[in-house]
Design a protein around this ligand. Structure first.
Ligand SMILES: NC(=O)c1ccc[n+]([C@@H]2O[C@H](COP(=O)([O-])OP(=O)(O)OC[C@H]3O[C@@H](n4cnc5c(N)ncnc54)[C@H](O)[C@@H]3O)[C@@H](O)[C@H]2O)c1
Length: 245
């Protein structure tokens, strides 16, 4: 690896699993000092132990808890240069059947979560030379899909939240979103474990495969280094060519 993140201190949410974990692995290989947050405390501690990173059990929807944890992380790392908002939840249910509590939870985790974490990290990010914020949104932020009123609204909100951060926090803080298509993680296990669903999902994308967590981790690396130094307020689909049609 190339040490692209040497000297950078980065908070990653949702780091016990899937994309958050893959981002933690790649960022650690690239030399970053990491604070990993997840509501799955045991899981995030296991990931952190293998990377010599710091781990915190934390529900990103709980503002008070986030404030305490992010402050502790910033103090332990003696500052923060970046945030990755990867924690998220998904409920695919047609609107007529969608439980209002589930709507509240998706907004709480997928939209309020990035707000809570970014707000708590801001005093540290402002002290950094060139800080970066990356939000894992979704192709659901870009296009309607059946049964995703809550998820898509939360992700479109998170993407626009991130775009507005770019306006408010430049020039020293950049903020970008990644919009993954179907990536093979726990969240989509119900889909990729079913050969019929997998065939349908791969057939409709130009690159004829489902995404791997590493596909997203490399995009997060791009947005967290000077390789993307003139890029802010964007939404990058990492979807094999899913969202253009
Ligand atoms: N997998 C996909 O196809 C896909 C596509 C587009 C976007 N996304 C988004 O990517 C992000 C990562 O998802 P993934 O696919 O890696 O899923 P995943 O389920 O493997 O990982 C999500 C992680 O977030 C954590 N988490 C959930 N709620 C939390 C909370 N309230 N506080 C702290 N941590 C919490 C979970 O414990 C888990 O470790 C999510 O925001 C998801 O919405 C996923």
């Amino acid at each position: 690896m190339t040490g692209k993140l040497d000297g950078r201190r980065i908070v990653i949410t949702g780091a016990a699993s899937g994309m958050g974990r893959a981002i933690a692995v790649l960022f650690s290989q690239e030399g970053a000092a990491l604070a990993l947050l997840d509501r799955n405390e045991e899981g995030v501690k296991a990931v952190a132990a293998s990377l010599s990173a710091r781990a915190y059990g934390c529900d990103v929807a709980d503002r008070q808890m986030v404030n305490q944890v992010v402050e502790a992380a910033g103090m332990e790392l003696a500052g923060l240069d970046g945030v990755i908002n990867a924690a998220g939840i998904l409920d695919i249910t047609p609107f007529g059947d969608l439980d209002p509590d589930s709507w509240d939870r998706m907004i709480g985790v997928n939209l309020n979560g990035p707000f809570n974490v970014t707000k708590a990290a801001l005093p540290f990010l402002r002290q950094a030379d060139q800080a970066t914020i990356v939000t894992i949104a979704s192709v659901s932020a870009l296009m309607p899909m059946p049964g995703t009123t809550g998820y898509s609204a939360s992700k479109a909100g998170a993407a626009m939240f991130t775009k507005c951060l770019a306006m408010d926090l430049g020039p020293n803080i950049r903020a970008n979103s990644i919009c993954p298509g179907v990536i093979k993680t726990e969240m989509t296990r119900f889909l990729w474990e079913n050969p019929e669903h997998t065939a349908r999902a791969t057939e409709r994308v130009a690159l004829k495969r489902l995404g791997e967590t590493e596909d997203v981790a490399r995009a997060a690396l791009f947005f967290s280094t000077e390789d993307s130094g003139f890029t802010t307020g964007t939404e990058l689909p990492v979807d094999g060519g899913f969202s253009w049609r």
